[in-house]
Design a protein around this ligand. Structure first.
Ligand code: HEC
Length: 132
């Protein structure tokens, strides 16, 4: 009986070890919770220009970072991601984001009407397809 337990432990450890060493380093370590989610280049450009500085995982803007991290959006569970996308389109529609105070110092980050449309359409259509 004791022998059987020892063999099981050895086997279990071997499996763990193999699995551990099987990770392909060329892939990102985290598997996105919403793998079908991606940000197209034209939207990413707007984000980089007007949002990313406050909304990324290294941001010094603690409040902005806490609420939204564009580089980790795809790691959210689908229902959370859908919620964030809805918030994004809402805040853009209502001119809540980027913050007015910020735009006073960085007027070049203000979204044009075309950029708003593009951003809102993307957020809404992505939220919709994720909810289906
Ligand atoms: C100057 C920093 C800054 C910039 C630039 C900025 N934000 Fe924000 N954002 C914040 C802060 C701070 C909050 C939190 C506000 C609060 O809680 O009152 C926030 C909150 C949000 C929220 C609410 C998230 C939630 O779950 O409640 C959304 C959505 C958002 N921002 C989207 C954007 C988008 C889209 C852009 C670019 C068009 C942008 N932000 C640009 C600082 C910024």
């Amino acid at each position: 009986m004791k022998k059987y337990v020892l063999i099981s432990i050895a086997l279990f450890s071997a499996i763990l070890f193999l699995n551990f060493n099987n990770t392909d380093n060329s892939q990102p370590a985290k598997t996105p919770a919403s793998p079908e989610f991606s940000i197209p280049d034209d939207v990413q450009q707007i984000i980089d220009n007007s949002c990313y500085g406050c909304h990324n995982s290294d941001s010094k803007n603690k409040k902005g970072k806490m609420k939204l991290k564009f580089d980790e959006l795809g790691d959210l569970k689908t229902h959370k991601l859908v919620g964030k996308l809805a918030k994004i389109s809402e805040d853009i529609k209502e001119d809540e984001m980027p913050p007015k105070k910020f735009l006073k110092n960085y007027p070049e980050s203000e979204l044009t009407a075309e950029q708003k449309d593009l951003f809102i359409n993307w957020a809404e259509s992505t939220a919709k397809s994720l909810s289906e």
